[in-house]
Design a protein around this ligand. Sequence first.
Ligand code: RP5
Length: 164
Amino acid sequence: MSKPRVAVIMGSNSDLEIAKEAAGSLEELGIPFEMKIMSAHRTPDALAGYAKSARSRGLQVIIAIAGHAAHLAGAIAANTTLPVLGVPVASSDLSGLDALLATVQMPSGVPVATLALGKSGAKNAAILAAQILALADKDIAGRLDALKAKMKEGVEDANKQLGE
Ligand code: RP5
């Protein structure tokens, strides 16, 4: 089993369906990852310890998926210099606007690269993580090229079906 290069962290097990979207894309791209539930509010000490030791354990990118007052990505970014990709989740009565703003509006000096809400954001976080790793990994770059070609073929096939 290869050592995880990407972490998929979710704030609660209620975020699992969204996290599975990131996990599926990482699997497709052949990127070893680990998935964990940790909370900025419910397990703050464990989360800080995890983020502080992430680089020395071989992780290269952290994906943080959370809803409500989503401080997960920011709390991780406060404790590591690894790239942190935030995915807000629409799990509250505010339909995710709260999570989106809490994730994207980081103060100067502590960036979180914020993706779209929900499943599309989680999938894109996985692809963006792969693109970051592909800067120094030709195999992953090749798999990303193949993914782009597959998406292009999908649109071409859909157009052919429209013409039939
Ligand atoms: C956040 O609060 C989690 O990321 C989740 O999206 C939301 C609700 O959590 P639960 O109350 O369902 O555990 O921390």
